[in-house]
Design a protein around this ligand. Sequence first.
Ligand SMILES: C[S@@+](CC[C@H](N)C(=O)[O-])C[C@H]1O[C@@H](n2cnc3c(N)ncnc32)[C@H](O)[C@@H]1O
Length: 299
Amino acid sequence: MKEAINPPKSSTPKAFFLSLILLSLFYLIFLSLQSKHPNSGHRTITINGLKIRPGYTSYDTYIHHQLHKTTNPKLRKIWTSRDWDRKIRVFTRFFSQLKQEKLLTNSSKALCVGARVGQEVEALKRVGVNDSIGLDLVPYPPIVIKGDFHHQPFDDKTFDFEFSNVFDHALYPDKFVGEIERTLKPGGICVLHVAISRRADKYSANDLYSIEPLKKLFNGSDLVRSRKVDGFGLDTEVAFENLQVLVLDRKWSVHCPILLHCNPVDYGPSSFKFFNSWLHVEGFDDVLIGVASKFVVNP
Ligand SMILES: C[S@@+](CC[C@H](N)C(=O)[O-])C[C@H]1O[C@@H](n2cnc3c(N)ncnc32)[C@H](O)[C@@H]1O
């Protein structure tokens, strides 16, 4: 007897739908894991003149990329031997100038953000700023401690002075600056070395095209000054002063006024401006004629 041959049932649509469901499930799990990490996901900063580099798929990828160079044993050997004094000499010149400008003093409590093996910390100590420490993903005891500059491991209002030449390594420039402003004392000074005219290295996480984005990010500070420098590929030095806000105690006033204190900055004489609207002000002609008559020389 011939067996009835039933054609095999096609399992393709079933398998397709099953894998589709599984894939969506995996995707949802992936998304929920991503959002649990405070620094994951890629945000785009929309400040003109500041671009976050694409390519970091997660915060871990970014950290891993940063560590790749910093932990390289051969490079660390070079940085702490052949390069050691050469770099300290350059930093010493920068810090001496800042001392002359009174932006840094021997009694300043100072932090160097992204200090790697700490040549800038050593330079601060050599110019007399003894209470100085560095912060980096990789520690270099005793002068550089371990920490992420997006979440500085320090209390609010700890430092009088912070220096950094690694702004371009910040994946979240707003957090980088926010942490500096948080850990600086009121009236504290932050000095950054940044690259404006040329692109920084392949480990950078952002590109800066002018100092305007910095002025926006440092919204709790005053720009003290900026100048051109030659600092290991970084061409601009920008100094900010953390604003001092003081809320007077109730015993001094029923209004509890808020005082905003900024150190006076000398921007030079202000230029004379003439507004067209003045011509429509009643009596303006008389003022003008009165002033002009002083310059009329009678023959
Ligand atoms: C170009 S190196 C600058 C080193 C040092 N300032 C110097 O001039 O010799 C950048 C440094 O930033 C550090 N870095 C990068 N991302 C960081 C982060 N999120 N938190 C702390 N340090 C970080 C790196 O580990 C590296 O040591």
